[in-house]
Design a binder for this molecule. Structure first.
Ligand code: SAM
Length: 227
């Protein structure tokens, strides 16, 4: 698990919107630290589940908070069309510069903050280690947009961070209790939810307590649209 080096000063009371932090936090250091990593296990599991279902058309995924593109590249290799979104220009630059992009004509990219991005309808919404960086007051609205964007029988995969994670005390982060996660997942049949809680390190070796939910979930046919 390799989220970013934490350089946020928790004593900073002059808080700025999360999308500002998305461009000022040390994401470049993070992108460098995770260079060459394999796709996230939640994405691999979701692709496997789609592959087990018959389909005629090319499937379409949104990779929300794509970073340097480890998951977008894997989706392209698996034959998907991908719309990759990130708030940091270096993430987008690194994605398009990757040497392992299979048929980049199936890839579109967008530099945009979670807080206001419009999400296209999709078969899969992948959000690997990115949603905790949405500004908390915007999280519920963003989650509603995520649920609405996923077609019935489509999937969400990715991570939500728990309330006991070290970073939960940072004011511009979105963390959830297990009960809150279960409520967010009500429009879905949960296919996998691994709650991981342990002492560990961030991508640059700084000690932290991890509390992470790893999720693969299939949207119900009768899920309510509009949250
Ligand atoms: C921990 S990284 C995860 C990157 C990639 N999905 C992965 O699994 O390695 C979080 C990503 O979210 C992006 N991000 C953080 N806050 C954001 C925001 N408010 N709007 C858009 N992107 C944001 C960062 O630029 C970064 O690429």
């Amino acid at each position: 698990m390799t989220p970013p080096t934490e350089k946020h000063d928790t004593t900073d009371t002059d808080l700025k919107p999360a999308f500002v932090y998305a461009t000022t936090r040390d994401w470049v250091g993070y992108f460098q630290a995770i260079d060459g990593r394999e796709p996230r296990e939640t994405l691999v599991e979701a692709i496997k589940r789609f592959d087990a279902e018959a389909v005629e058309a090319t499937r379409f995924a949104v990779d929300l908070g794509c970073g340097e593109g480890r998951d977008s590249a894997a989706l392209l290799r698996a034959g998907w069309k991908v719309h990759a979104i990130d708030g940091h220009p270096d993430g987008i630059r690194r994605l398009i510069s990757r040497g392992d992009l299979d048929d980049p004509s199936r890839l579109t990219m967008q530099l945009a903050p979670f807080e206001s991005v419009e999400l296209p309808a999709c078969d899969l919404l992948n959000a690997s280690f990115s949603l905790p960086f949405c500004r908390p007051e915007c999280f519920e609205t963003m989650w509603t947009r995520i649920v609405d964007a996923i077609r019935p029988d489509g999937r969400f995969c990715g991570q939500l961070f728990g309330d006991r994670d070290s970073w939960a005390k940072i004011p511009d982060r979105s963390h959830q209790t297990r009960e809150q996660v279960e409520r967010l997942l009500e429009p879905f049949d949960v296919e996998q939810m691994k709650e991981d809680e342990r002492e560990g390190e961030d991508s640059h070796g700084t000690a932290k307590h991890w509390h992470v939910f790893h999720i693969v979930a299939k949207k119900k046919q009768d899920a309510k649209v509009g949250g």
